[in-house]
Design a protein around this ligand. Structure first.
Ligand code: PLP
Length: 348
């Protein structure tokens, strides 16, 4: 099977987007300074806008969501304790054991009865205090939840989870890499979603289409400590305004259009659900997880690539398609049927 040099449709991830001409112009024109020395004006503007939108005192710009997540864990957990997360959390599966390697904590995966863990699952996961038991030191949530197919944890459920953590005296970090999608899909504001969390990470390099970056938001006190840890992790960036300008452009111009990605994902899901026995998790937002009846993910990917469509492998029996800025609904409508064709062939 031959691969297309330039795919007709690349839906491996919403991170494959390239900055638009207007975003590149905003980046080229950005006013900059030395952010490590005494602050970069555009980075400060981005941080002020993001803190305001999320209803927190301060935001801090990071080169990546992973570094922001790990900084949040460093400043709010204690080495030799455990942090409690949903079993399919990004922090568990895709951050190369950073929580243990860098922060010295054990991750405690909590498997919920449904797709994403809920308050009763968290209650059951908090160990009774004992000289023999590991102490918990924080809770990490994820909204939307990548591994659960971009699932939104609704506000009421999020509040219930935060309350459980608060009752147990545990700080809450929210991995909100795609919190933008949750807000657009539900009409719940970013600030309402952020309210029950002590720190929140939001990413600019996914649905918003910026090339790089994330922010960590929280109280002035926690972000002041995070600033020192970012420096320790090597995340101090000098003329970061060039990157911050791309992120700011994404926040100001690409937020509302996420609704189109959600529509494209629903369309794709409808197109492929049931083909060859494949089952789709009905998408709340822009991620379409396709569960295969047999472990043929590699074959599905190869056949789709031969038809000009790139998908990603989640595991041997699951492939993922993600709608985004560079895969507009028209292109998804034109080339999406090739995914159904690849599934039908691979699963025949
Ligand atoms: C839910 C979630 N959290 C965190 C990250 C990490 O972000 P970054 O790739 O910027 O490190 C990702 C990236 O895909 C993600 O999907």
């Amino acid at each position: 099977m031959t691969e297309f040099a330039v795919p007709l449709l690349d839906v491996r991830s919403d991170t494959v987007t390239r900055p638009t001409a207007a975003m590149r112009r905003a980046m080229a024109d950005a006013e900059v300074g030395d952010d490590v020395l005494d602050g970069d004006p555009t980075t400060r503007r981005l941080e002020a806008v993001v803190a305001e939108r999320l209803g927190k005192e301060r935001a801090l710009f990071f080169p990546s969501g992973s570094m922001a997540n790990q900084t949040a864990i460093w400043v709010q957990s204690t080495p030799g304790t455990e942090i409690l997360l949903d079993a399919d959390a990004h922090i568990i599966h895709w951050e190369i054991a950073a929580a243990s390697a860098l922060c010295g904590v054990q991750v405690r995966p909590i498997r919920g009865a449904g797709t994403v863990f809920r308050a009763p699952d968290l209650i059951a996961g908090i160990r009774a205090p004992s000289i023999h038991a590991i102490e918990p030191s924080m809770v990490c949530l994820e909204n939307t939840h990548n591994g659960a197919g971009g699932a939104v944890t609704p506000l009421a459920e999020l509040r219930a989870l935060s309350q459980v953590a608060r009752d147990a005296n545990l700080p809450v970090h929210l991995d909100g890499a795609r919190l933008w999608n949750a807000a657009v899909a539900t009409g719940t504001s970013l600030a309402e979603f952020a309210d029950g969390a002590d720190t929140v990470m939001v990413s600019f390099s996914k649905g918003l289409g910026a090339p790089v970056g994330a922010c960590l938001v929280g109280s002035a006190e926690v972000i002041t400590r995070a600033h020192r840890v970012r420096k320790r992790f090597g995340g101090g960036m000098r003329q970061s305004g060039i990157l911050a300008a791309g992120a700011l452009y994404g926040v100001e111009h690409h937020l509302d259009r996420l609704a189109e990605d959600h529509e494209a994902a629903r369309y794709l899901a409808h197109l492929v659900d049931g083909v060859g026995g494949a089952k789709v998790i009905s998408p709340d937002t822009n991620i379409v997880m396709i569960d295969l009846p047999t472990p043929r993910a590699d074959d599905v990917l190869a056949r789709a690539a031969a038809l000009g469509v790139r998908l990603s492998k989640w595991h041997h029996s699951r492939v993922r398609a993600v709608a985004h800025l560079d895969a507009p609904i028209g292109r998804v409508a034109e080339h999406g049927p090739k995914i159904a064709q690849a599934l039908a062939e691979a699963l025949a």
